[in-house]
Ligand binder design. Structure first.
Ligand code: CUA
Length: 158
């Protein structure tokens, strides 16, 4: 079979690009353990306040898990519960959040925590707070008239 030189070059380029692309995803997923925010856990949005762990929002020390603390948030129009929390410096924290009504955002400014909170689903993210200071949590999904008022604060302290 005769193939034009340019055709060969592009074919090799295309296959090489595909290999690089798939290897990048493979290393990221299997070696570095990256995965999309779970959203695999479901919850009845009408019974959030009665469902563990959302019956007790806030920071909780946990034992025997990969993380040291669980930081539980309940979002609703137009606030987060808790509104302010203190996290010890260097703590590995599992952020667990859900919403009682509509879709809200959960972005911790200055970090790579950025989740969408959907009614009926639990969003989780594990991170280590290794810099002291104040972190603002904002809603980045338009959720109604008070959208711009929705915020909370994480203070990382020694
Ligand atoms: Cu909640 Cu915008």
């Amino acid at each position: 079979m005769h193939m034009h030189k340019f055709e060969k070059i592009w074919l090799i380029f295309g296959v090489a690009t595909l290999i690089v692309f798939l290897s990048t995803i493979g290393v990221s997923a299997f070696y570095l353990g990256n995965k999309p925010p779970s959203c695999l856990t479901t919850i009845n949005p009408d019974k959030v306040d009665q469902t563990k762990p959302f019956d007790k929002p806030g920071l909780h020390k946990v034992e025997g898990k990969e993380w040291d603390y669980e930081l539980v948030y309940v979002a609703s129009t137009f606030s987060y519960n808790p509104t302010e929390v203190k996290v010890p410096l260097g703590a590995k924290v599992r952020v667990i959040a859900t919403t009682k009504d509509v879709v809200h955002g959960f972005e911790v400014a200055g970090t790579n925590i950025n989740m969408m909170l959907e009614p009926g689903y639990v969003s989780e993210y594990t991170t280590t707070f290794d810099k002291e200071g104040e972190y603002l949590i904002v809603c980045n999904e338009y959720c109604g008239a008070g959208h711009h008022l929705m915020s909370s604060k994480i203070e990382v302290v020694k």
